[in-house]
Structures are given as C-alpha cells and as structure tokens.
Design a protein around this ligand. Sequence first.
Ligand SMILES: NC(=O)c1ccc[n+]([C@@H]2O[C@H](COP(=O)([O-])OP(=O)(O)OC[C@H]3O[C@@H](n4cnc5c(N)ncnc54)[C@H](O)[C@@H]3O)[C@@H](O)[C@H]2O)c1
Ligand SMILES: [Zn+2]
Ligand SMILES: [Zn+2]
Length: 394
Amino acid sequence: MKALTWHGKRDVRVDNAPDPIIQEPNDAIVRVTTTAICGFDLHLYDVLGAFMGEGDILGHEPMGIVEEVGEDVIHVKPGDRVVVPFTICCGHCWMCERDLQSQCETMQVREQGLGTALFGFSKLYGGVPGGQAEYLRVPQAHYSTIKVPEGPPDERFVYLSDVLPTTWQAVEYAGIPEGGSVVVFGLGPMGQMSSRIALQKGRRVIAVDFVPERLEKARSFGIEVLDEQDHEDLPGVIREMTDGRGPDSVIDAVGMEAHGPSGGMISQTVTGLPSGRVAMPAMKHTKTDRLNVLYRAIDTVRRGGIISLIGHYDGGISDPIPMLKLFDRQVQLRMGQANVKHWVDNIMPLLTGDGDPLGVETFATHRLPLDEASYAYEMLQKKQDGAIKVLLKP
Ligand SMILES: NC(=O)c1ccc[n+]([C@@H]2O[C@H](COP(=O)([O-])OP(=O)(O)OC[C@H]3O[C@@H](n4cnc5c(N)ncnc54)[C@H](O)[C@@H]3O)[C@@H](O)[C@H]2O)c1
Ligand SMILES: [Zn+2]
Ligand SMILES: [Zn+2]
C-alpha cells in the first residue's frame, strides 16, 4: 500500500509500505477514504522528530470502510463505514468503564509511563502505524471504531477522530458558566472548533492568533478575535473587555510550538537529535521555554477561573510551572488526551441533523490526494496558501 512515512526532520514522503494484516482477534483492517493532517503531526514533523523512526507511518485522523475483521470483532463488519478514534481503547478496563478512554489500561504505553496508545504518534505513544495510508490496522476494533451512516460526505464525520471530541472535551473542561466568557489561544483547527462549540453553547468567545486568514476564518463565524501582534499587554486588553477581571476560562489550543509576540518562534527547537535510545532520554529532560502560551493563559484567566489545555506539551518539558501563581490565583488546570468515545453521542446530533451548525463541511481549507501529503505538510507548517486544515484522499 501507499503510506506517508517519516524520514527525518521536515522530511516525509509517500512510500510503499507493507499491507497491514489482522494480527489479533480484535483487529480490523480499514480502507482509508479520508485522513486529516493535525497540528500534532506538525510537532512530529519538526520538534518531536527525535521520537520518530525512519519509515514510521504518520496520521491519526482517519475514516474509511472496514475491509476485514478478526473473529472477536462483532459490532463492525466488512463494508461498514467507520471513523477511527486516535486514542486506541478496549472498552472494558477500569479506565474505559469510567469514560477515561485515553487512559485505557489495556493499551497504556507503560514503557514510556504514558496513557493509551495512539495511531501514528511516534514511539512516545506506542509506535502504532498511523492512518495517512491506504489501509490501517485498527487494534481493539470491537470498541475503538465509530460506525457512521452512509450518505453524507466524509467531511461530516472525519473530525470525530480527533478535532471534534478533543475540542468538545476542552470546552467541557473549561467549565464556562452560563453567560460567561472564554478566551481561546490559537486558531488552528483545534482553536477554531473550540471557539465554534463554545459559541454554539451560547458563551462569549474571544480568540487570539496572529495569522490573518485564521483570524478571518473565526471572525466570519461570529467570533470576536484579537491579533496578538497588535497588543503589547494582551492580558490587560482582554481584562478590559471582560469587566476588568479576565475571562472565566481560557483554552490553550497552541501547545509547545508557540510563537512569541513578534510572531518569531520562541520555542527552543529540540531537533536535529538522532532518533533512538540516546536522543529520547536526553529530550525528555531538555529545558525549554515553550510554555509561552500557558504562561499567557495564567495571566489572562480571571481569578478563580479555569484553564483548559488542548495544546500538547510532550517531550518531557521540565520548565518549572509557576505553581505559587497558579495556587494563589486559584486556577484550575485541566488537560489530557480526549476521551473520544465519551463525547460521541453529544456531538453526533450536530453532524447528522439539518444544516451544519459546526460548519464541518467547509472546515477543511485543502483537499489533496495522499500522493501530495509531503507538499501538504510543508504548506501547513509554513502556513502557506491559507492552509488551516488539510484532508488527504488515499
Ligand atoms: N488534547 C488532545 O487530545 C489533542 C489532540 C490533537 C492535537 N492536540 C494539540 O493541539 C494543539 C493545536 O492543534 P492544531 O491542529 O490546531 O495546531 P496548529 O498548529 O494548526 O495551530 C496552532 C495555532 O496557534 C497559533 N499560535 C502560535 N503561537 C501563538 C501565540 N503566542 N498566541 C496565539 N496563537 C498562537 C498559530 O498561529 C496556529 O494558528 C497542538 O499542540 C496539538 O498537538 C491536542
Ligand atoms: Zn489530531
Ligand atoms: Zn480500556
């Protein structure tokens, strides 16, 4: 089959890879029909390269048609249309039973001391081949698949793999009170969708980025936006807009590749490291200053408010978190990989009903054949051609 594989820092290529086969009784093989590129893929493309190996297949936002199932897979069968959650989970362990599927005890990556295995997320998260490929082996397929109806286009459902449950959870975790406000940092796909969901729930949303077309996309959806390059004292400006206190909640949808106020990369890029055993421990303890947006969130949220993190700070960031400040300001930090399955029933009516209240059908800025994935990564990373979300068609 053809698959998008990693070869080095900012070097991904569509290569031939072995066709996946059923290995366990609860596996399924899915023929991928649409598969998206995520902000996390851009971390693996660049700053987290040390966790990747030559030939690793990227991608964790796929959907498609079930081709084959193992003998224990009953709830889906060949021919079914499914979305594959990026968090691989069993459905029957202690964590899954409590709707903490991203902590699944059957699939936890214990060698790394981390939560459940994820598709195409490097050695950090289990080294499971990803979904930017023609075919995907789905472990735990008896539970870790979402059956979707025939008829509507893939774009109605593909974001159930990650963007929608992640942002739904972020908004839930943000606990924005009725009549309250939220500031969303970052207007990539995660920030865009978090803003839409919070708005859909009737909350006031102020979103911050510095890329003109990303600000415009949010503005055109009715979201108040601030260009972070226009304001020296952004938390002060936001406080003025929110009765002098700051917003009830802040969602950090940026993560470790934050840019400083000038738009220049402030993150200390830990790349160029050889991949493999030597580099990984070194990286886990590398000190960085990539917490820029988190610090900003702490300064911005009102006292007694809540910060909800979507942005990834993987790579073992060991910067000291300003604990005293957090404590004194009585801020709650909530975070974690999305418990995808927990949120599906809440989201589905917004996808299958009349209209398209979350604008999923017009969410992607680019649709390209899988063959052009390498170009798509470069375009997204450099934010060229208005790229925000790219869907690949194998
Ligand atoms: N929690 C989860 O389950 C989960 C799942 C997938 C991805 N993620 C993470 O979510 C984050 C966002 O993902 P995405 O796909 O939207 O990524 P993205 O790279 O497309 O978006 C990040 C945005 O942040 C903006 N930005 C950078 N510095 C900023 C600053 N100082 N102030 C304001 N905006 C700034 C960028 O211009 C960009 O638009 C990533 O860190 C990704 O790894 C989390
Ligand atoms: Zn993703
Ligand atoms: Zn489980």
